[in-house]
Write a protein that binds this ligand. Structure first.
Ligand code: DGL
Length: 269
């Protein structure tokens, strides 16, 4: 029994780790489309085609449920995949909604009209494609009114993380936070809207200062997945867990082991 977790590369491991902690008895099949990462600089058609191929590969391997642990794919491809129709018994879900529900203090699945919430000034850090899609602002508008969102497209951060160049990644985080502050001097909350960024969470928090509440997706997505699987146990699927990549398995395994500080062994997708 395995639930599929998809990302363009290593960022989704931050979601996988939180899901494993929350659901220790569930197996997960992780798929990193490393050969095509980063997605955040691609156009929406390209992201759709790559995401669809990866989701279908996970369905074919027995997963009934695939989590897009990638904001870029959730922003540019999720709705299109769902609207095109998924095979019977299969599902694909994204990572925006649990985060927005937490920020707007809603219970899971609360569909009541948008209302005023406490937080008024929100900084969104995400990939260029996620920012361009405005998907985050759209989902937020369904749930909250009066929230000012300033988005910062963080070009280069994912490439640096995928290359294991954490010094460059940190320098880029600082410069993106500076750029955001020039547009919104005093954000109350910051959204790490890319699953790679929790690997740099401390650097974001340091650059933003202790007064800014930083939201990242791992534990929020894990909690909503646990809730979903309780309501839909048939979504546990078939097949074994593991780690697949479209890139070089040894290189990807080395980086993943470095990030998660435990042995991770990817095989070819
Ligand atoms: N981790 C991804 C996200 O959440 C993908 C980043 C990328 O491939 O550019 O957006």
């Amino acid at each position: 029994m395995a639930v599929g977790i998809f990302d363009s590369g290593l960022g989704g491991l931050t979601v996988l780790d939180a899901a494993r902690e929350r659901l220790p008895d569930v197996e997960f099949l992780y798929y990193a489309d490393s050969a095509h990462a980063p997605y955040g600089v691609r156009d929406a058609d390209d992201i759709y085609a790559l995401t669809k191929a990866a989701v279908e590969a996970l369905w074919d391997r027995g997963c009934n449920l695939v989590i897009l642990a990638c904001n870029t794919a959730s922003a540019a491809a999720l709705r299109r995949i769902q609207e095109a129709g998924v095979p019977p018994g299969k599902r694909v879900l994204g990572v925006f909604v649990p985060l927005i529900e937490a920020m707007t203090e809603r219970q899971w699945g609360d569909n009541s009209p948008p209302r005023e919430v406490e937080v008024k000034h929100v900084a969104l850090f995400a990939t260029p494609a996620t920012v361009a899609s405005r998907a985050f602002q759209r989902e937020l508008a369904f749930r909250a009114i009066g929230v000012d969102v300033e988005a910062q497209a963080c070009g280069g951060v994912v490439d640096a993380i995928e290359d294991g160049d954490m010094i460059l990644a940190e320098a880029m985080v600082r410069s993106h936070v500076d750029a955001l502050r020039r547009k919104m001097p005093e954000p109350e909350a910051a959204i790490l809207g890319c699953t790679h960024y929790p690997l740099m969470e401390k650097q974001f928090q340091d650059a933003l200062g202790a007064d800014v509440k930083v939201y990242s997706q791992g534990s929020l997505v894990a909690a909503s997945l646990a809730d979903y699987l309780t309501r839909h146990p048939d979504m546990l699927g078939e097949g074994d867990g593991g780690f697949l990549t479209t890139g070089d398995p040894r290189r990807v395994s080395d980086r993943a082991t470095q990030f998660l500080r435990r042995e991770i062994c990817f095989t070819a997708a």
